[in-house]
Write a protein of this length. Structure first.
Lengths: 264, 221
């Protein structure tokens, strides 16, 4: 592991479980892997400043994003607003501004800055989107939209890039391409990347390190080869969807649908 | 045609609509995005003018704007029987329509987009201006037209707080009433046509704004 720069140690009470996450990330891609509802997105949101943990500490290179002890009163809590954290965030459903073109989306954060247009254009070029810069999000394919979203998150030159299931809606060919792009980007800019996924293939393709998240806790953390699913490696196995039972349920509901139709 | 009444109505409506935009938008954002203490009470009060008789609204406004009320004492202004009080009465009756439409439109804007703007360094005001409002613009404009049209048609409360002084506080609806009372039907008819045309165009615009982009075409006429 590279020298840790982003340190996260947070607790947050949620409806179904208590989130309690401790991670240290350097200039690398850390994959948070686990079933949906395990607290992965909550962790990202806390780092970005979109939700406030109940207690703990988040620091980047020693600079405090958040700090509160469990007994602290509200006025003793330090909480840097999201807009001041300069953390890039790529959302699951792209979250591009539908009323702005690709170029305007990318230059959104550069508002009032000199050479915003040129910088946004060069970012789009790097993501191989130069010809599409005047298109609106609904005129772009899923993969193109996601590349715009990455360019937009990188526009303000963040040190940390958070990605929430970034490529889950895309087909595997495009996904492989985007994984390549991401690995290159991360190495070039020495970015701290936290990549959330419930997809095993994604996790093993892009992760320098993997953390298995379940019920709001990190169950295991390590390099991919140490965590490869194996019968003796229970946390990883349990985090996987149970294919057998899922498949059977699908067949049953399909059959019910067919029978229902034939009756009517 | 009673031109002074028409001009006065325009003046009153424009001022009322500007007030509707600022106050209605603020309330729309607050009600759509924040959980307020006493939210239901606030909403109920805002929506009261929709169901109260105009005379009751007029009565409340008389108390609020009349002699001895805090507003008059603090600012040393005389509001009763001025065109400004007609504008206030018009804004009050238009407000529920504006708030309802603006709130629904703002609540419809995906909060993930606002969160994205937050991570991109935007302040809350900047998000409102650059993300929420542009995306909610159809509903906000529709609310503004509805509220403005309602303000233009205000009669009862205006009569009570602004009176019916020709050339000073006599708006179109009041002038129509006067003309009919005096059996000047020709004059009344012109003003009725103007009012109806404005209302029709306004509502037509609102329907256009509320149409989804893709719809099935059925010819009714």
């Amino acid at each position: 592991m590279k020298t840790p720069r982003l340190k996260v140690n947070i607790e947050r009470r949620l409806a179904t479980f208590n989130l309690s996450v401790q991670i240290e990330v350097g200039a690398e891609i850390l994959v948070l892997f686990g079933p949906s509802g395990a607290g992965k997105t909550q962790t990202l949101n806390a780092i970005a400043g979109l939700v406030t943990p109940d207690a703990g500490e988040i620091t980047l290179d020693g600079a405090i994003f958040f700090r509160a002890s469990r007994e602290a009163r509200a006025d003793q809590t330090f909480n840097l607003p999201a807009r001041k954290r300069r953390v890039g965030y790529v959302f699951q459903q792209y979250a591009l501004f539908p009323h702005l073109t690709a170029l305007e989306n990318v230059s959104y954060a550069l508002w009032r800055q000199p050479h915003a247009q040129e910088r946004a254009e060069s970012l789009l070029e790097r993501m191989r989107l130069a010809e599409l810069s005047n298109r609106y999000p609904h005129e772009l394919s899923g993969g193109q939209q996601q590349r715009v979203a990455i360019a937009r998150a990188l526009a303000m030159e963040p040190r940390v890039l958070l990605m929430d299931e970034p490529f889950s809606a895309l087909d595997s060919e495009i996904r492989r391409q985007l994984h390549q792009d991401l690995l290159k980007l991360q190495a070039e800019a020495e970015l701290i990347v936290i990549y959330v996924t419930h997809n095993l293939e994604d996790a093993f393709t892009v992760g320098h390190r993997l953390a298995v998240v379940r019920n709001g806790r990190i169950e295991r953390i390590g390099e991919p080869r140490d965590l490869y699913p194996h019968p003796t490696n229970s946390p990883m196995m349990e985090a996987l969807p149970r294919r057998g039972s899922l498949g059977l349920a699908d067949v049953r509901s399909d059959r019910r649908a067919i029978e229902g139709n034939s009756l009517s | 045609m009673n031109w002074s009444a028409l001009m006065l109505s325009l003046q009153v409506t424009i001022v009322a609509t500007v007030a509707l935009f600022v106050i209605g938008l603020l309330l729309g954002v607050l009600l759509a995005r924040y959980r307020l203490r006493g939210q239901i009470i606030i909403e109920t009060i805002i929506f009261l003018p929709l169901v109260l008789p105009p005379s009751v609204i007029g009565y409340f406004l008389l108390v609020t704007l009349g002699r001895g009320s805090p507003i008059v004492e603090w600012f040393h202004v005389r509001l009763l029987f001025t065109w400004q009080s007609a504008a206030i009465a018009s804004a009050v009756v238009g407000l529920p329509l504006m708030v309802q439409s603006a709130r629904a439109a703002i609540a419809n804007v995906d909060q993930v987009l606002e969160n994205a703007a937050r991570t991109l360094g935007s302040s809350e005001l900047e998000i409102l201006w650059r993300v929420t409002l542009p995306l909610a613009r159809r509903g906000v404009i529709a609310g503004l037209i509805l509220g403005g049209a309602r303000a233009l048609g205000e009669f009862g409360a205006t009569l009570m707080v602004a009176g019916n002084i020709p050339g000073q506080t006599q708006t179109l609806p009041l002038a129509i009433y006067d003309a009919v009372q005096a059996r000047r039907y020709e004059q009344a008819r012109m003003m009725v046509i103007v009012m109806t045309a404005v209302a029709f165009v306004g509502l037509w615009c609102v329907r256009q704004l509320e149409q989804p982009a893709h719809r099935r075409k059925v010819d009714l006429l």
